[in-house]
Design a protein. Structure first.
Length: 316
């Protein structure tokens, strides 16, 4: 079985070089390593280009995580594609354990890793993404101890694209990432569409990476992160939630958005949150058109999707 690793870089600095060093030290080497540089202004990609076995594509501007990955996928001719963030350091058996999981689960086309916090490695960054019935999304197991039991049968809603593995055929079938998302939530949107096509996702506990998280975008509470994350969660809900769930859950989704505006206003980020929601509304006609195509082609029951959604009253 062949595997390509894709890394999308934007001003990754020394973390990118550490990421590549860990990738080259894998017990199971990748067949291809593709680095897509999104118009970085630092010299990280130029340094990476000097590393043997790393193919660097220099893009002339920041196309975003979604489009850069899609461009890289067009260069892949391997059976499997692994995505790795430039601020993630892979354990030496990361790829080996992912590929071992593919042999143990031949009917599964999507796998997630155990992401540990780089600075507190006894705690989890996450093991995938949770999708709540309100449309809220969070990292499953975030900041829990690594040895805690979190999910049954290692089934997850979707893997975090920080360190995920997919068959190239599954990615091509659903059209890859939605480039309108640019970055943030694009992996959950992809995971939702894969679930609708009956591509289930599994978490691989032994596939470990150490993740800094939002290292090049100012942190998870930066205006950049808040804008893209909260605009895109609206689009993900509109596109993907099956009709039998969409209409009953829509009031809850609207309530979530109103509460989010109030919460971030108290944090001093009301303007950026309002812009996120305003732009989300402007994009609804386009997303609704995509929704019609996605829902018409879904291959899984609404009950199956319902079973994957988080329904707890208090988030996390």
């Amino acid at each position: 079985m062949s595997i390509s690793v894709i890394i999308v870089n934007w001003n990754g600095g020394d973390l990118l070089l550490d990421c590549l060093a860990h990738l080259q030290a894998q017990s199971l080497p990748a067949d291809k390593i593709l680095l897509m540089d999104n118009g970085s202004t630092d010299d990280s990609a130029h340094k990476a280009a000097l590393i043997p076995g790393v193919t660097v594509h220099f893009l002339n501007k920041n196309f975003g995580f979604a489009k850069a990955n899609n461009l890289a996928m067009q260069e892949c001719d391997t059976e499997w594609v692994a995505l790795l963030n430039p601020d993630a350091l892979a354990d030496q058996d990361w790829l080996f354990n992912l590929m071992q999981a593919t042999q143990e689960n031949p009917d599964i086309a999507v796998f997630g890793s155990q992401q540990r916090l780089l600075n507190t490695p006894d705690k989890l960054d996450g093991i995938g993404d949770t999708y709540h019935i309100s449309g809220l999304i969070w990292r499953t197991g975030h900041e829990k101890l690594c040895n805690e039991h979190i999910v049954d049968n290692n089934e997850i809603f979707s893997p975090c694209a920080c360190a995920a593995l997919y068959t190239l055929s599954a990615l091509n079938e659903v059209g890859g990432f939605d480039e309108d998302f640019f970055c943030y939530v694009e992996d959950v949107d992809l995971g939702f569409r894969l679930q609708l096509q009956n591509y289930q996702a599994r978490y691989v506990p032994k596939a470990i990476v150490y993740h800094a998280g939002s290292a090049s975008t100012g942190g998870k509470h930066s205006d950049f992160s808040i804008y893209h994350g909260h605009r895109n969660l609206v689009w993900a809900f509109i596109k993907n939630m099956p009709s039998l769930l969409f209409w009953p859950l829509l009031p809850l989704h609207l309530t979530l958005n109103i509460i989010s505006i109030g919460y971030f206003s108290l944090r001093g980020q009301g303007k950026i949150m309002l812009k996120a929601k305003y732009d989300a509304l402007l994009g609804i006609p386009k997303m609704w058109h995509k929704r019609q195509e996605i829902q018409a082609d879904k291959k899984v029951s609404t009950f199956k999707i319902w079973s994957l959604l988080n329904k707890q009253i208090f988030f996390k």
